[in-house]
Ligand binder design. Structure first.
Ligand SMILES: Nc1ncnc2c1ncn2[C@@H]1O[C@H](COP(=O)(O)OP(=O)(O)O)[C@@H](O)[C@H]1O
Ligand SMILES: [Mg+2]
Length: 344
């Protein structure tokens, strides 16, 4: 059976690159986003996130490589892609004299949506983004957070099944960030919208996204679920067993059949025991061994690398790898002393 390409809400790129003269803003990027994903595109400023998003939305042509969005080629079908995706750019201009409702109707008309339907959609969207009671107020009175929510409503006017958001919570206060994130989760769960979201905020990506690509200096560092990235970073999962300290605790700890590291805490009252070997899905055996050794368990928790740790570890590893594989001419310039020695 032939599957219609228009029903496929996925995004895939293959060695996608964008050079500005000789500068590689996006360098051989290969990523895959499945339908229904909330995909986090994570990287520091200048990593190439905006450039990538603009290419995927058919607004900028790649220097080389290719990509498909919802089954359409980003170069040949750029007009089609622009009509079916939603894009919330890094910064949007607003017509401040309009009300939110007028603003959405204006965009509905640009998409040639029938007036009656446009009115209904505008009303529903203002409800979704929590601006229904402010829909007749001029946009000039809106806070930054309200403007960003209105921007989000605008990107939804054509009912896109794929939504691109370029750092959507940048510069918003915690409440503003939460409002946007909540709406995105609802759109994804209730309307099955595939979301491609760029961010340099690790906490946002780890709380919102099911899959992540880390980019740095135009290159892909890693992609996968947060769990997969943790494994890639070589994160050893383990358990921290917090026990009550006692005169015999050290002796009892030394009888455990595990490699352990200990830290006393709470004014010497408690000891954190890090167990990283022999840790399986169930903690029963470990608890059992601790009890048999005569130790009093206060609490027990699993430890895993935070996304922060994973991010820095992977980015650092990639940087080293690049430096080793780069042709000599592209490596960091050598010191004057080294250059003199080479040319002597
Ligand atoms: N039009 C342009 N001309 C030259 N360089 C550009 C242009 N647009 C972006 N860049 C450069 O490309 C790199 C990636 O930019 P960008 O995609 O905006 O990164 P990000 O969104 O991750 O901060 C940056 O170093 C930026 O300065
Ligand atoms: Mg950007």
């Amino acid at each position: 059976m032939k599957v219609s390409s228009t029903n496929n809400n996925s995004i895939s790129t293959s060695n996608l690159s964008k050079f500005y003269r000789n500068f590689r803003a996006v360098n051989s990027l290969t990523i895959d986003v499945s339908p229904g994903d909330i995909f986090g595109f994570l990287g520091p400023n200048g990593a190439g996130k905006t450039t990538t998003i603009r290419m995927l939305c058919g607004l900028l042509s790649p220097t080389s490589g290719y990509a498909k969005v919802a089954g359409f080629d980003i170069v040949k079908d750029s007009l089609k892609i622009r009509s079916i995706v939603g894009l919330l750019p890094e910064s949007s201009g607003f017509y401040n004299w309009m009300s939110a409702e007028e603003y959405l109707l204006y965009f509905a008309a640009l998409y040639k949506i029938d007036t009656h339907l446009g009115k209904k959609r505008a009303k529903d969207l203002l409800e979704i983004v929590g601006l229904a009671t402010k829909s007749f107020v001029p946009i000039s009175y809106y806070s930054r957070g309200m403007k960003q929510r209105l921007g989000l409503a605008r990107t939804l006017i054509n009912e896109p099944k794929i939504l691109f958001l370029d750092e959507p919570t940048l510069g918003l206060d915690p409440k503003g960030q939460q409002d946007i994130q909540k709406t995105l989760l609802e759109l994804n769960r209730e309307k099955r919208v595939t979301i491609f979201l760029s961010s340099h905020t690790l906490s946002e990506v780890s709380s919102l996204c099911n899959r992540v690509a880390i980019v740095n200096r135009g290159r892909l560092v890693a992609q996968g679920s947060i769990e997969e990235l943790r494994t890639l970073a070589g994160s050893s999962s383990g358990l921290v067993v917090r026990i009550l300290n006692s005169p015999s605790a050290q002796k009892e700890l030394s009888s455990l059949p595990y490699q352990i590291q200990t830290n006393t805490t709470d004014n010497n009252r408690l000891i954190d025991v890090h167990v990283s070997d022999g840790v399986s899905e169930s903690a029963n055996e470990i608890i059992d061994r601790f009890e048999k050794a005569g130790l009093q368990i206060y609490e027990i928790r699993r430890m895993g690398m935070s996304l922060e740790d994973v991010y820095f570890k992977l980015t650092e590893a990639k940087k080293k790898e690049d430096q080793q594989t780069l042709p000599e001419a592209q490596q960091k310039p050598k010191s004057k002393e080294e250059q003199r020695q080479r040319h002597a």
